[in-house]
Design a protein around this ligand. Structure first.
Ligand code: HEC
Ligand code: HEC
Length: 344
């Protein structure tokens, strides 16, 4: 594929950032400063972004009292200072319980059309309710119990009144506030974005070589588009799904048990959805080891080898692995600093 045709796959809807708050994304328009190189963050009509809602959602995100025994917050598994994930194969929830999937980063989750490795949640709002009652995550007995818990903390009620109106402390509004905060967790301005938009010398020789190899090998059959996660635009809730592995003969696929989990099939029960996954974004991928849905692949270099084998039936040379890994490193954006909020 020629460079020009690949770059055209990276069609861009720029983010519009004003005073740190995202205003009017998903509608195209010119570059207005702020984050360069990202696809649009879509804001649902019934959940507009306001600064007070962002501040409320941030408190809830960091508040471990939303978990059964008060020890686990969203940030425990999506540590914003650790690339938005927990850097463990699988996460540890209340009481040391463990699930079977790796914690994906929340940075740029607002850009996905569907959430979770298998895309089973159509929005950040829907997603945010899941971990609260998941027994291996925050383990609350019910969503009603979450509402009662938050109501019992003086200082939240007033904020809900101010943001959503009187008597508005409901589970839907808790989820709306958290989702709103997540929509501010976007990171563009990576070295690769600089290369694409302003500075043709931004990539090192090795990164440029890796970018070419990434295209030639065919990684872009799946990791394409502005976030290297599929073609834009897709309807809300509709993810870009692919079977992985496509080629299962390789020893790497069996070594890392990448066929044990049925992926989307567990949610849809549709024949053909076995081992189908939402194609993960390559943005900030360097920051989120270990890799793949089960977190069994320890390093980025190894993840490149595994995906080349399982996705492209290719056994890459050491040089190719090195350069692709260097290119993927150029996709790490600037993560705006997040200070721990003062909790009520
Ligand atoms: C105990 C660890 C844990 C806690 C606590 C937790 N998560 Fe997660 N989160 C995960 C794991 C594991 C997944 C992937 C699960 C899957 O795909 O089946 C996930 C997935 C997500 C995703 C989807 C990202 C993507 O790329 O698809 C978002 C967004 C998210 N969590 C936000 C939150 C929010 C908000 C909270 C707090 C309300 C929270 N998480 C609490 C572990 C955790
Ligand atoms: C057929 C589609 C397809 C092709 C081709 C493909 N990938 Fe993937 N890639 C995926 C899917 C789907 C996953 C997630 C699978 C899973 O977790 O089981 C993934 C996961 C990854 C991951 C780990 C991401 C994470 O957050 O854990 C990396 C890195 C990666 N691919 C790089 C590459 C590279 C480099 C190439 C080219 C050599 C490539 N991929 C080719 C579909 C593909």
């Amino acid at each position: 594929m020629k460079k020009s045709s690949f770059l055209s796959l990276l069609a861009v809807t720029p983010l519009v950032v004003t005073s740190g708050i995202l205003l009017a994304q998903g509608m195209g328009g010119g570059m207005m400063g702020g984050m360069r190189g990202m696809s649009g963050v879509q804001v649902p009509a019934d959940n507009p972004i306001t600064p007070a809602k962002v501040a409320l959602g941030k408190q809830l995100y960091f508040d471990a009292r939303l978990s059964k025994d008060g020890t686990v917050s969203c940030n425990s598994c999506h540590d914003l200072k650790a690339g938005g994930a927990d850097n463990k194969p699988v996460s540890t929830g209340v009481g040391g319980a463990q699930g079977s999937r790796n914690s994906p980063t929340v940075w740029n989750a607002a850009l996905h059309n569907a959430q979770f490795w298998d895309g089973r949640a159509p929005s950040l709002e829907e997603q945010a309710k899941g971990p609260l009652t998941n027994p291996v995550e925050m383990a609350m007995p019910s969503l009603d119990a979450v509402v009662a818990r938050v109501k019992g903390i003086p200082g939240y009620g007033n904020q809900f009144d101010a943001v959503f109106g009187k008597n508005s402390l409901t589970i839907d509004n808790i989820a709306r506030a958290i989702a709103t905060y997540e929509r501010t967790l976007v990171s563009g301005n990576s070295t690769f974005d600089n290369f694409r938009f302003t500075d043709k010398s931004a990539l090192s020789q090795t990164q440029w070589q890796g970018f070419k190899t990434f295209r030639e090998v065919g990684c872009v059959q799946c990791h394409m588009g502005p976030d290297f996660a599929g073609p834009p635009p897709l309807a809300r809730g509709d993810g870009f799904y692919q079977k992985f592995p496509l080629f299962a003969e390789g020893t790497l696929v069996t070594k890392y048990k990448l066929q044990d989990d049925l992926g989307r099939f567990d949610t849809t029960q549709q024949v053909g959805d076995e081992h189908v996954w939402r194609v993960p974004s390559m943005r900030n991928v360097k920051e989120t080891a270990p890799y793949f849905h089960n977190g069994m692949v320890p390093t980025l270099e190894e993840a490149v080898r595994v995906c080349a084998a399982g996705g492209n039936n290719r056994d890459l040379t050491q040089g190719e692995v090195k350069s692709i890994t260097a290119f993927l490193g150029s996709l790490s954006g600037v993560l705006p600093e997040q200070k721990m909020p003062k909790l009520p």
